[in-house]
Design a protein around this ligand. Structure first.
Ligand code: ATP
Length: 608
């Protein structure tokens, strides 16, 4: 509406300008030129008494010619010449004459000033546009670049997001609140102001945020962290301010900041050479705005990051992004859901088995699965087929995998080995006292290249660890390798990292903690250096015999740890097989599931 108005005003001004230019620069000069006569003709007409009246302007002499028998009175003009006798001649002829002041309209005077400035303004405008990509309005610099999508227009619902069950449960509460803030305010309950979605790229964080807004039917402000930061100082902070002002007017609503790490990086991480104070200012402004609005103001800020660990601690403390929701890579059932969502409206051939696709795509993100489905449909179109066949999917996977080398679908054989390896760790931890409880076991390859992992969570902060506990920990580290040796009769490269960590621990037990009877309570390393390291901190005064004794002791500790693990796993071999099978089927299992399986086996069948 506003836009239209400025448009028509612009056209009106343009029309006036064109009319004026036409009148002044074309029409008037034409008329004048047509009636122009030479100065000598004017003098002759004057002396012959044909002139009725004369007007002297700065550059012309305009005069009327009296009517004669067959001619009416007419106007003519002559270009003025420097003739000092002209006035005397006019007085002598008795013709009435007057002078015309040199007048210029205000408009033409203004134009005279403005026209020379025009090229300068144009150059400035184009330079600014190229530097900042700021569009046509330079004043928009401090305005946030958030894209607002009205609630009804979002169209994404939870049914469009697959494999994110846990995240969905957590977000339901936020939706309830956005739909009916009064209910929460009435109870005095405070909702988290900020929700941080953390997980690897392409797992559907943006999609989840949109679905939250879509389900609640509230407006959604979308922008990326990097769009706050411009080359001009202070712009980022101004944009944050503007964003919160806009959002508060539209409450209840959701602000979604993608890649928040672009502004939320820990301040100590920001490059020290010269610092990046612009980013710091933007972050400070964000913190201030989050503190500034009340918990129940109806604005929920959601943010996404792939690297929650680098965020400034101030950003994730209570009162800011105090709820963290993990959005991990999808498990097999999750992948099946995602594949079903994306093939919902596609004609699939009868031979397509989404279950098999889900099975072989361990480690793929939602975005990669969506990409596979898209590639498969393109392949089907290329074949001129109306339906997508299983071969299209197989080829699509090959293509996508070629672009993502680390994500080769794992063969059944490797998955089996990885499962036994991880369960080896987990069961050793389960049966040995003094170890941290198992929290999660997974055989979904991680983005960092591990084929699987077993997570243990300490139950309390540990300040002092005894020798028995260190030995137990070492046994857990070697439990994976022990399981492989028991089941497959050979070790694999998968244990390299375990051996590295185990060896380091054994080395410290011998050289730092005096836990070897043979070597006694002697410290063979100084802080910051291992026993062989030379230089300021290390000691290089050890005899070769001592060095070889240290190596022997390290090897003994590691061997004993592996024997402990092997003995335990052999004793509970039935449990090992059972849990490994469960893990191959489900890909991820929790510590509780592990305990439940072990209990059920020990309780009913007993162990084999
Ligand atoms: P990034 O961290 O790179 O910003 P993201 O986690 O925000 O990624 P999205 O942008 O939400 O990922 O996902 C990209 C696309 O991948 C989506 O538009 C959707 O098509 C598909 N996708 C990703 N995850 C899922 C999922 N869980 N369910 C359905 N589709 C998904």
């Amino acid at each position: 509406m506003d836009k239209k108005r400025t448009f028509s005003t612009g056209y009106l001004l343009l029309a006036l300008l064109v009319t004026w230019l036409f009148n002044d620069l074309i029409y008037k000069p034409l008329i004048i030129r047509e009636a122009e006569v030479g100065y000598n003709v004017f003098l002759q007409d004057l002396s012959e008494n044909k002139v009725g009246q004369v007007i002297l302007s700065s550059d012309r002499i305009i005069f009327t010619l009296k009517a004669t028998g067959d001619q009416k009175e007419s106007v003519a003009n002559a270009v003025a010449v420097n003739d000092p006798a002209l006035v005397d001649r006019l007085i002598a002829s008795g013709v009435p004459f007057s002078a015309q002041p040199q007048t210029r309209s205000l408009f033409s005077s203004l134009l005279g000033w403005l026209l020379p400035l025009l090229p300068l303004v144009l150059i400035w405008y184009f330079l600014l546009k190229r530097m900042g990509g700021m569009g046509s309005n330079a004043m928009s610099l401090g305005q946030s670049k958030a894209r607002e999508i009205e609630g009804e227009m979002i169209g994404v619902k939870f049914k469009d997001v697959g494999g994110v069950g846990e995240a969905e449960v957590e977000l339901r509460e936020i939706i309830e609140y956005l739909k009916n803030p009064g209910k929460f305010t009435h109870m005095g309950a405070k909702l988290p102001k900020g929700v941080l979605l953390a997980g690897p790229p392409g797992t559907g964080k943006t999609l989840l945020a949109k679905a939250t807004a879509g389900e609640a039917g509230v407006p959604f402000f979308f922008l990326t962290g990097s769009s706050f930061v411009e080359m001009f100082v202070g712009v980022g902070a101004a944009r944050v301010r503007d964003l919160f002002q806009q959002a508060q007017k539209k409450a209840p609503c959701i602000i979604f900041i993608d890649e928040i790490d672009a502004i939320g990086q820990a301040r100590s991480n920001i490059g020290r050479i010269g610092g990046n104070s612009e980013q710091e200012n933007t972050l400070n402004q964000l913190l201030a705005e989050m503190d500034g609005f009340k918990a129940n103001s109806g604005v929920v800020i959601m943010a996404a990051t792939n690297r929650p660990e680098i965020l400034d601690p101030a950003l994730v403390r209570p009162g800011r992004f105090d709820r963290q929701i993990q959005v991990p890579l999808p498990t097999e059932p999750g992948r099946l859901e995602i594949l079903s969502i994306h093939t919902r409206e596609m004609p699939l051939g009868d031979d397509v088995q989404l279950e098999r696709l889900a099975k072989i795509t361990a480690g793929f993100s939602g975005a990669e699965l969506a990409n596979i489905v898209n590639e498969a449909s393109l392949l089907a179109i290329r074949r001129n087929s109306g339906r997508i066949a299983m071969t299209d999917f197989d080829l699509a996977i090959e293509r996508v995998v070629a672009g993502l080398q680390r994500k080769t679908p794992l063969s059944e054989d490797i998955r089996r080995k990885v499962a036994y390896h991880e369960v080896g760790h987990a069961l050793t931890a389960y049966y040995l006292s003094g170890t941290d409880p198992v929290h999660k076991i997974s055989i979904i390859p991680t983005a960092k290249g591990a084929l699987g992992y077993t997570l243990q969570r300490p139950e309390e902060d540990r300040y002092l660890i005894g020798e028995a506990e260190l030995r137990a920990r070492m046994a857990v580290m070697l439990g994976g390798r022990a399981a492989e040796l028991i089941v497959f009769q050979e070790a694999s490269t998968g244990a390299a990292n375990d051996l590295e960590r185990g060896t380091e621990m054994a080395r410290r037990m011998v050289t730092e903690f005096g836990m070897s009877k043979k070597l006694g309570p002697v410290r063979y390393a100084t802080a910051g250096g291992s026993y062989l390291q030379s230089g300021i901190n290390g000691r290089n005064d050890l005899s070769p015999a001592t060095v070889s004794s240290i190596d022997e002791e390290i090897a003994r500790l590691l061997n004993e740890a592996q024997e402990t693990a092997t003995a335990l796993l052999t004793e509970h071999i039935g449990v090992l097989h059972h849990v490994a099978q469960f893990l191959q089927d489900k890909e991820v299992m929790s510590g509780d599931q592990l305990a439940a399986i072990v209990n059920s086996l020990t309780g009913t069948k007993g162990e084999q």
